[in-house]
Ligand binder design. Structure first.
Ligand code: 5RP
Length: 222
């Protein structure tokens, strides 16, 4: 199975976590796009979706799936999203697609987070993938200096986020303690969101592999 076929298989497997008659939180990225395609097949059996980005909202609506604002929602049983890297302890780096802030907000509201990846995303330690940090534009230089002080090499991404902020991609970090680093970066004035998802990590992980989709629950992965 190619990486793309693995992504499709995990996107389809994630349907098992969608609760009939309820809303589903939908993340962003190529793996999630396969999930949205699969979700379209059961759209009459769900209440609709809450989306973490404009591209996912557009895609959901194109499939005829109603999209609700998070502020309108009382109950969000599950959030399905991909990751750029994930460790055996379910700490993740996210934000390769630039949607990290809305992703972190929807993940915080959902009762359960199901992460869907191909097996290339599974790592022993985070850091090979540059760590995205969304920053208020006027703080860009201050935040970049602080990130350099933490040992990283920040590079400004050529895009603005859905929230009209900048993204610094931090290269060269060796992330031995992702929880401590998430807190430290959150503490820098001007940081909106860091793409480390450790305080609210995944609850379930679906990994596409050449032999099919393997599923794990938090702290049960071997
Ligand atoms: C977007 C994300 C994505 O979940 C992450 O980049 C993985 O994307 P893909 O499924 O395309 O590999 O965090 O901000």
């Amino acid at each position: 199975m190619s990486a793309d076929e693995q992504k499709r298989a995990t996107g389809e497997a994630a349907l098992d976590y969608v609760e009939p008659g309820k809303l589903v939180g939908v993340g962003t990225g190529s793996t999630v796009n396969y999930f949205i395609e699969a979700l379209a097949g059961i759209k009459d059996r769900i209440a609709g979706a809450v989306s973490s980005s404009q591209p996912s909202t557009d895609r959901l609506r194109a499939h005829g799936i109603p999209v609700y604002e998070l502020t309108e929602v009382d109950d969000l049983p599950v959030y399905i999203d991909g990751a750029d890297e994930i460790t055996p302890g379910f700490a993740m780096t996210k934000g390769g697609g630039g949607a990290l802030t809305r992703e972190k907000i929807v993940a915080a509201v959902a009762d359960s987070f199901v992460c869907i990846v191909d097996e290339s995303k599974c790592v022993e330690q985070l850091g090979a993938f540059p760590l995205p940090v969304e920053v208020i534009p006027m703080a860009r230089r201050h935040v970049a200096d602080a990130l350099a002080g933490l040992g990283g090499e920040p590079v400004l991404r050529e895009m603005r986020t859905d929230n009209d902020n900048d993204i610094l991609d931090v290269h060269g970090l060796s992330i031995a303690n992702p929880q401590a680093l998430e807190s430290a970066i959150n503490d820098i004035a001007g940081v909106v969101t860091v793409g480390l998802f450790t305080h609210r990590g995944a609850d379930h992980l679906l990994v596409g592999s050449p032999n099919g989709v393997r599923s794990y629950h938090a702290n049960e992965r071997t």
